[in-house]
Design a protein around this ligand. Structure first.
Ligand code: ADP
Length: 461
């Protein structure tokens, strides 16, 4: 049975959950991306700084005159390209490190690095290493810069002041590194995130639809139970009312009504109205028990005495049904519980009435004994029994194994539901064992009075 409100709630739940998850995923993706970018750039900067400092340290030994490239430098950098002069062909030979300052400097010719020598007035004096078209000339005074060539390739550059041997300012050394590899990796990462994120959001959407379905299941179940209950209650209440109307109708159709006939009609009406009232009272009691709004009066209750009261009360009824009502108290000390006497009486009398009602011949036995810290009461009969498939339903509201038989014998289908609600309110348990044709045994377990506490549910009411 589908319900639009429940379906909409499920959709809203799934939507909200997906939105939150998508937001969190997006944020964490963005943060991870930023962290990776920083980590990449940091490692690039570290490497660049190491190489720049190595060049700087080695170069300063050979500088004599400000802004003048010494002969030795030209020998050290075979591809050195002086401003206003044609540049020599870049030759990345196997022995290019022969004159190199050290192995790190040699790597300039083999990788993405360039060197630029800048005058004190920021004029380009010479370049070496990677040649890149359209790379802007920049001031040597700015330590860290990110530049871009004509093709959009990015470079990270470090500038260091150079001094001559006699500590005069020679000019500036700029060491730059292409970020092509870094940018390529970051672009791949971006693509992964751009493809991965929508897929993850889709998966989150699907899983949240499934999760919201799980979350809605109890709501759906209780909604169905409520609907079932309303339908059952309406059906059950309609039966006595229809009977009442039929009785009134039959009297009204009579041309004359004798005193005996009216008496008979009123007796029938009284029986039907009492049945109706009984059902309404049972429904009210059940709903108060389940909502914990019933006022309990917990008190010390001796179950041995209660058993004798029950036997006294139902002896006549059992006798009228040709049944033996037997009491078996298997304890030599009084078993006391803290409970509401009226409710416990109601619970046990429901069980005894059912036992008598559904036992055509034989006996009904009431047992009382102790099991650890619990009092156990059993109502055993030799009656018609209950089929295995019905056993798990007999405590449901309005459930009847054989509705006609139950209704004819005055049953409402609420007796066992009320019994279970009373047992629950007293922190106890109720179970049934039965075999068709052999009889049934209802077992109630209630916690024995302990010095420390009342049952929780009774205290809160
Ligand atoms: P009812 O008022 O119809 O007896 P209950 O809730 O007390 O409703 O019981 C539910 C159903 O369980 C009954 O309709 C009956 O079929 C079955 N039942 C209960 N007690 C017994 C029993 N002692 N023996 C056989 N059937 C029983």
């Amino acid at each position: 049975m589908r319900n639009k409100l429940l379906d909409r709630t499920r959709l809203q739940l799934a939507g909200c959950y997906s939105a939150v998850m998508a937001l969190l995923l997006g944020l964490s993706g963005l943060v991870s991306y930023q962290v990776l970018v920083r980590a990449y750039l940091y490692s690039v900067d570290q490497e660049l700084q190491g190489i720049a400092k190595a060049f700087h340290k080695n170069l300063e030994h050979s500088l004599t005159e400000p802004e003048k490239i010494p002969q030795r430098l030209e020998g050290m950098f075979p591809d050195l390209c002086l401003a206003n002069r044609p540049c020599p062909q870049l030759n990345v030979g196997a022995d290019s490190s022969e004159n190199a300052l050290d192995r790190r400097i040699a790597s300039v010719y083999q990788s993405n690095y360039y060197l630029r020598f800048i005058s004190r007035s920021d004029q380009l004096i010479a370049t070496s290493g990677l040649r890149s078209e359209g790379l802007p000339e920049t001031s040597g005074r700015i330590e860290w810069q990110t530049l871009q060539n004509q093709e959009g390739e990015r470079f990270h550059q470090m500038s260091l002041p150079l001094h001559t041997i006699d500590r005069k300012v020679w000019g500036y050394l700029q060491v730059g590194r292409s970020l092509r590899e870094v940018d390529r990796r970051l672009a791949a990462l971006q693509n992964m995130l751009l493809i991965g994120l929508p897929i993850s959001v889709l998966l989150v959407g699907l899983s949240s639809w499934w999760l919201s379905g799980l979350a809605m299941r109890p709501v759906q179940q209780s909604y169905q139970q409520m609907q079932q209950f309303t339908a059952d209650a309406a059906h059950e209440l309609r039966t006595p009312i229809t009977a009442i109307l039929a009785t009134i109708d039959s009297v009204l159709r009579m041309p004359t009504v004798s005193e005996t006939e009216s008496r008979e009609a009123f007796t029938t009406l009284e029986r039907q109205v009492s049945r109706f009232l009984g059902m309404v009272k049972d429904l009210l009691l059940l709903s108060r028990l389940e909502q914990h709004t019933l006022t309990f009066q917990p008190q010390r209750l001796c179950l041995n005495d209660l058993m004798f009261d029950l036997i006294d009360e139902f002896a006549a009824l059992a006798e009228a049904s040709n049944l033996a009502l037997i009491e078996q108290i298997q304890t030599n000390r009084p078993l006391e519980i803290i409970a509401d006497e009226d409710q416990i009486y109601r619970l046990l009398s429901n069980l005894v009435i059912n036992a008598i009602r559904y036992t055509p011949t034989g006996k009904v036995t009431l047992k009382l004994y102790q099991e650890r810290d619990q009092a156990v009461i059993q109502v055993q009969d030799t009656g018609i029994g209950i089929a295995a498939e019905d056993l798990s339903h007999v405590f449901d509201r309005f459930y009847r194994v054989n509705s006609d038989r139950s209704r004819n014998s005055g049953g409402t289908g609420l007796g066992l539901a009320i019994a279970r609600a009373i047992v629950d309110a007293h922190d106890g348990s109720i179970q049934v064992q039965s075999r068709v044709g052999s009889g049934s045994t209802f077992t109630v377990r209630l916690p024995l009075k302990s010095s420390h506490a009342l049952p929780i549910k009774l205290k809160t009411i």
